[in-house]
Ligand binder design. Structure first.
Ligand code: NAI
Ligand code: MG
Length: 492
């Protein structure tokens, strides 16, 4: 019998007891082209300068496809197509008809959900369970939700006259490629804008698949355009004269750069940047449930989540118990093949990101942190990181202050609610947070005291298209999702 790496890992993980058999999702049903151009004016086109880069599968380091490098000329062609579609078609169309296109896109994503989930996991490294159960259904849900608003904008803002802005330039990261595209495109279209979007350079494939859906849905040419490439391509979108609005999700450093470069240009801006969420466990919390919430908050999805619960605060009386439960749970997490349905922690998105995570673990150790890592084996090929706990850290530690964006959790203790509030807010970020307690009054106290845009009580990382999402301080500005998510795309 041919014993695969993954089988060996399960046997190791579960010792002499029973083990899961590998359950890999098949890839037979997906079709990828060898080479992708930009999607401009309803068609796939060759890049003006003829250059391509590779997107790889970070779990195998194998090439998946060649992807066009977007130059200023490509961005310009995309903006021209978007402007023409805006002036001639999209802004003139009855709102209910725009809504019908968006509904159609939502339904087509659902129909092709399996294909999208597999490609998302192959291109970005996230476990199939996440892409299948979270990313793809939520992407469809966002299109459904905003389709409903298209012809009801006057009811969203009673007594006002909402009008679209024009062409939206959108730049998204690699942690939720399809979902971020949906978050950006759905409200832009529902409000009557047209779009030029750039996916991240490591994860362009589901956007390019979404382009196929735009074609099949009969969306008028130029309403949605995709230009692929890295930072230079993003900068060409940001600096293009004929764009009315920029929406960016990514690192705080690039967000600040964008803010500076469009200052005074009249472009509207929303930024969704990093985070360093506090996850707070009180003594009266249901501990087993809280441990699952901690694991879901930082380890699933490799910690590649801007709202990840990356700083754990445990009340002293239960600190040892929580640490023990967490350490035990860590041992059962399966790290490996993203396409295996049993996998909890897939591949780190890129070599650069893995290096960054490892350098933070190193920094933590140099700062005196005590480290607990699961003892599982990891595949020899691809970019993988064991789930990691860092204790003996202080508020001043870099690993407590800076975003790591990997499966690394810092653990601190506290005695009183005041103390933990002060610690939780002692960060440049303000995106999200969580609190675990049996007492409703503590939930209210904490959630009104934490400076963050998104707060969860006795749960973590739950999303819904009807809920606004966004941050304070260095986590960004503006909201996506819900009724609030319409505003950045409208003049009122
Ligand atoms: P990044 O901010 O460089 O990339 C995000 C997107 O911005 C990509 O599409 C990229 O091509 C584009 N971009 C890069 N430079 C640009 C520029 N000058 N103008 C316009 N667009 C530009 O993030 P990166 O380097 O991939 O990750 C670095 C760190 O950022 C991560 O370790 C993590 O801490 C954080 N991050 C946060 C995310 C979030 O969801 N808030 C998502 C991705 C990364
Ligand atoms: Mg890739």
């Amino acid at each position: 019998m041919n014993v695969t790496d993954q089988q060996k890992r399960y046997t190791l993980d579960f010792g002499t007891g029973w083990a899961y058999d590998p359950a890999p999702e098949s890839t037979d049903h997906i079709s990828l082209k060898k080479k992708y151009g930009h999607f401009i004016n309803g068609k796939f086109v060759e890049p003006a300068e003829g250059n391509y880069f590779e997107t790889i599968n970070p779990a195998t380091e194998e090439k998946l496809a060649d992807i066009a490098v977007g130059s200023k000329a490509d961005v310009d062609a995309a903006v021209k197509a978007a402007r023409k579609a805006y002036d001639k078609v999209w802004s003139k169309m009855p709102a209910s008809e725009r809504g019908r296109y968006i509904y159609r896109i939502a339904r087509m994503i659902q129909e092709r959900a399996r294909e999208f989930a597999v490609i998302e996991s192959m291109d970005g490294g996230k476990p199939i369970r996440e892409s299948r159960d979270v990313d793809v259904p939520l992407a469809a849900a966002h299109f459904f939700y905003y389709a409903g608003w298209a012809d009801k904008l006057n009811y969203a803002f009673p007594g006002r006259t909402p009008a679209p802005l024009g062409v939206a330039g959108q730049i998204i990261p690699w942690n939720f490629p399809l979902l971020m595209a949906a978050w950006k495109i759905a409200p832009a279209l529902a409000t009557g804008n047209t779009v030029v979007l750039k996916p991240a350079e490591t994860t362009p494939l589901t956007c390019l698949k979404l382009a196929e859906i735009m074609q099949e849905a009969g969306l008028p040419d130029g309403v949605v355009n995709f230009v692929t490439g890295a930072g230079d391509t993003g900068a060409a979108i940001v600096n293009h004269q004929d764009i009315n609005k920029i929406a960016f999700t990514g690192s705080t450093a690039v967000g600040k750069l964008i803010q500076r470069s469009i200052a005074g240009s009249g472009k509207k801006l929303t930024l969704e940047l990093g985070g360093k969420a506090a996850n707070i466990i009180f003594e009266d919390a249901p501990l087993d449930q809280a441990v699952e919430g901690i694991v879901n908050g930082i380890f699933f999805n490799q910690g590649h989540v801007c709202c990840a619960g990356s700083r754990l605060f445990v009340q002293e009386g239960v600190a040892d118990a929580v640490h023990q439960k967490l350490t035990d749970r860590l041992e059962t997490l399966i790290v490996g093949d993203p396409l295996d349905k049993n996998t909890d922690i897939g591949a780190i998105n890129s070599k650069e990101q893995l290096d960054r995570i490892n350098s933070y673990i190193e920094i933590g150790l140099n700062e005196g942190a005590a480290i607990t890592q699961s003892s599982c084996s990891i595949p020899s090929k691809g970019y993988f990181c064991r789930p990691t706990l860092l204790q003996n850290v202080s508020q001043a530690s870099r690993v407590v202050q800076e975003e790591i964006f990997g499966p690394v959790l810092t653990i601190q203790t506290f005695r009183t609610p005041d103390e933990v509030l002060e610690k939780a807010n002692n960060t440049p970020y303000g995106l999200s947070g969580g609190v675990w307690t049996d007492k409703g009054s503590k939930i209210f106290r904490m959630t009104s005291g934490i400076d963050a845009g998104v707060l969860w009580a006795n749960t973590f990382n739950k999303f819904d298209p009807t809920s606004p999402f966004g941050g304070y301080k260095e986590s960004g500005m503006g909201r996506e999702g819900g009724l609030h998510g319409l505003l950045p795309y409208l003049k009122i």
